[in-house]
Design a binder for this molecule. Structure first.
Ligand code: SF4
Length: 384
């Protein structure tokens, strides 16, 4: 069973290559059937059925009951919320809602995932309690648009309520927030973050760009000035908060001046973490009507240039951590050293703390680590 992604060209390519690998295994007699599900399948089902007929069946994102039927398995509604973890047992992602009501010009996600549907608070609390019983200590709350949570089912922005309820779950030591949309950001979230010790002082807020021309073209419903005011308000409420953002390079019409403006913005704002995607021209999005004139090399080059600015910032911010002690979760042992993360680092996308220790350290547990060296994107330290 191949679970696919289909939101940008690179993800689509990876998904198709994975399907083809499985089809090859089927051809060699090593597999009986190949089923495909997920976003790519939702978006391009008809084309895929034609192009890769060796696949036994394709399913859309809402067709889990059909897929189970095909496998002659029961769809047990009472098991909703039960989880098998694909991650190590001490952390897990928790999806608090599905879909998105925003209309960002470049984004194909609403085409595949539909409108925003929040999961009820009770269901999520139950899910979190179940995860803790399995050994989970850290949850990463994710959604296509985190701050919209509750506007559909509770007719209000209910993320602060949800956070309070999750923070009450005994054994949950870190709750981390990913993918907050900046326009009309509900600042009450930060009050909860401040009051509750187990909500990480960490916020992942994709901004996509900084030039007003680009923000308007991308239909982001926010201006550069408003973003600057929001960042200042966030930092005022939670001093020392770790801010992560992600950006897009090479959106249609992006000029050199826009790139320079974005670089300047990063230099001034000094985000702790930045990720960047090159623009992918997606059918069905409003940006698809614009001319995608920049070559992929140019988009990559711009992304590189922007990340070079961030690399220096990240290096400088990391140097400030040397000599300080951080509560660190041990993720794994690799090549004779331990790899961990602080409250300010999410899984895979952020810094790692490399710990040399002659003593055995417990994977999945917390230790206090004094930072002894810092690099562009990683830290090194010893247990104290
Ligand atoms: S808020 Fe995020 S998921 Fe929703 S349309 Fe914009 S980029 Fe896509």
């Amino acid at each position: 069973m191949v679970n696919t992604c289909g939101f940008i060209d690179k993800a689509k390519e990876e998904s198709i290559n994975t399907i083809l690998d499985q089809v090859e295994l089927k051809r060699k007699g090593k597999l009986d059937k190949v089923y495909v599900t997920g976003c790519l399948s939702e978006r391009y089902k008809n084309n895929l059925e034609e192009e890769i007929p060796e696949v036994d069946a394709f399913f859309g994102t809402m067709e889990l009951p059909l897929l189970l039927k095909k496998l002659e398995a029961d769809y047990k509604a009472e098991l909703l919320g039960e989880r098998l973890l694909a991650t190590p047992s001490h952390y897990a992602y928790m999806k608090i809602s599905e879909g998105c009501n925003r209309t960002c010009a470049f984004c194909a996600i609403p085409l595949m995932r539909g409108g925003h549907i929040s999961k009820p608070v009770e269901e999520l609390v139950k899910e979190a309690e179940g995860l803790v019983r399995k050994g989970v200590k850290e949850v990463m709350l994710i959604a296509q648009e985190l701050t919209y949570y509750g506007l559909d089912n509770y007719k209000k922005r209910a993320l602060p309520d949800l956070l309070n309820r999750l923070a009450d779950v005994k054994g949950l030591e870190w709750i981390r927030l990913h993918y907050a949309y900046p326009s009309k950001f509900p600042l009450e979230i930060l009050d909860v973050m401040k009051q509750r010790d187990n909500i990480c002082n960490y916020l992942d807020m994709p901004l996509q760009h900084a030039s007003d021309r680009m923000l308007t073209a991308m239909k982001r419903q926010i201006t550069r000035k408003e973003m600057e005011e929001l960042i200042a308000a966030i930092r005022e409420k939670i001093p020392g908060i770790c801010l992560r953002t992600s950006l897009i390079s090479g959106f249609p019409g992006e000029t050199r001046a826009d790139v320079e403006e974005l670089k300047k913005f990063l230099e001034v704002q000094r985000f702790d973490r930045v990720g960047i995607f090159t623009y992918s021209h997606e059918e069905g999005t409003t940006a698809h009507h614009l001319s995608d004139t920049l070559s992929s090399e140019e988009k990559e080059q711009r992304a590189l240039e922007i990340m070079e600015v961030q690399q220096d910032i990240s290096y400088e911010l990391n140097q400030e951590k040397v000599g300080k002690v951080y509560k660190t979760i041990i993720d794994k042992k690799e090549a004779g050293r331990y790899l961990g993360r602080t409250e300010f680092d999410s899984v895979e996308v952020d810094n790692e703390v490399v710990i040399h220790s002659a003593k055995k350290l417990p994977v999945g547990e917390f230790v206090n680590v004094k930072i002894t060296r810092a690099y562009d994107y990683d830290l090194e330290g010893e247990v104290v």
